[in-house]
Design a protein around this ligand. Structure first.
Ligand code: S3P
Length: 167
């Protein structure tokens, strides 16, 4: 069976949107890890963070990630998934890991136009505060993302090119 393609990248990098497009173009199933977590915990991720804290969330996230063992298709992960425990080793061991790379400014543009309250880490931040947060957090997380099997500049890579890279 084909190994799955795991999409990784910062919040707002388009993992879910592109994951769906990619799966569609390749005729593969699509699965969203955050969505699977929400089904499992029975509440939204911000609610879970508020009730149980981030450490518990990361433990559940890891469990749900490992439950995907043996699945095929395109699987989008959460922005923090590869950056905790040895999750990145696990992802690389079990699939092809694709990093949708953006600059902090590009992420800022995209996140400024999204509902920041849906993302617990962003806590309603806007403007310069949001940019500073992205710069700091991306610097922490980039070393994990950069270990991916394939790294693409998401803005300038047409979908067809991505499909070819993954064939
Ligand atoms: C998180 C990103 C979210 C979600 C959770 C934590 C993060 O996923 O897993 O809110 O720490 O970056 P998206 O990257 O899909 O927003």
């Amino acid at each position: 069976m084909e190994r799955p393609i795991f999409l990784v990248g910062f919040m707002g990098s388009g993992k879910t949107t592109w994951g769906k497009k990619l799966a569609n173009a390749m005729g593969l199933p699509f699965l969203d890890l955050d969505h699977e977590i929400v089904k499992h915990i029975g509440m939204s991720i911000p609610e879970y963070f508020a009730l149980h804290g981030e450490d518990r969330f990361r433990t559940v996230e890891r469990e749900i990630m490992q439950q995907q063992l043996g699945k095929t298709g395109v699987i989008s992960t959460g922005g923090g998934t590869p950056c905790y425990f040895d999750n990145m080793d696990w992802l690389l061991e079990h699939g092809t890991v694709l990093y949708l790379k953006h600059s902090p400014k590009s992420l800022w543009n995209r996140l400024s136009n999204s509902d920041v309250n849906k993302r617990p880490g962003l806590k309603g931040m806007t403007g310069d505060d949001l940019l500073a947060f992205i710069e700091t957090k991306l610097a922490e997380r980039a070393p994990f993302y950069e270990r991916s099997s394939i790294i693409v500049d998401q803005i300038n890579t047409p979908l067809e090119e991505l499909v070819n890279l993954l064939k």
